[in-house]
Design a protein around this ligand. Structure first.
Ligand code: MG
Ligand code: ZN
Length: 191
């Protein structure tokens, strides 16, 4: 069989602490605070032809802190705010599971909770993405490991939980930047 060429490249974004401010189990539209730098970052990604895809662990569902519907409400609010800057997330992929949850339906060891690469693989299939030309921006080591497990590049930002991971990131030779905008500029060679 002929090897098919994948057409697209993507930037996979962790949500909490990268795209929007970390809020410790964000579950309501009123919790959504988009980082100021996000707007410019997304503009650069668009200009450079990247699909913009959110990859987020939402284990709070498995823990019974909020319902799956709340995730969609939060995403709708992000969309609403981004639309005012004529920006759009191509798709949100979330994992509602947690191995130690309290809600039975979601309390499983799944293939989609980062550091597992399941959600990235789903997105790559849906959008015909060449992972070797793509990158992920995260604020936890588990985000970076998900990217590594999927075969794409990764950058750790110091926003959100990023500060807690600086030591480990240095040991593991993980690229770090101040925030989402600096990460995007670095990967796209923009200034
Ligand atoms: Mg995060
Ligand atoms: Zn999952």
């Amino acid at each position: 069989m002929k090897k098919e060429l994948k057409k697209n490249k993507a930037c996979f974004l962790d949500r909490d602490g990268v795209l929007i401010e970390e809020g410790n189990y964000i579950s309501s539209p009123s919790d959504v605070s988009i980082f100021h730098e996000t707007i410019q970052a997304l503009k650069i990604l668009r200009k450079n032809g990247f699909k913009i895809i959110v990859i987020t662990n939402q284990g709070g569902v498995a823990k019974g802190y909020y319902k799956e519907k709340s995730i969609l409400d939060v995403h709708r609010e992000i969309d609403r705010q981004l639309a005012t800057a004529k920006l759009k997330i191509d798709k949100y992929y979330y994992c509602p599971h947690h191995p130690e949850g309290t809600v039975k339906k979601y309390s499983i060891a799944c293939r989609c909770r980062k550091p597992a690469p399941g959600l990235i693989f789903n997105a790559a299939k849906d959008f015909d993405i060449d992972l070797s030309k793509s990158f992920l921006i995260g604020d936890k080591i588990s985000d970076i490991e998900a990217a590594q497990n999927a075969g794409c590049s990764a950058i750790l930002v110091k926003t959100g939980h990023g500060q807690e991971h600086i030591g480990e990131a240095e040991t593991k030779n993980i690229i770090m930047t101040k925030n989402i905008l600096e990460a995007v500029k670095l990967f796209t060679n923009s200034n």
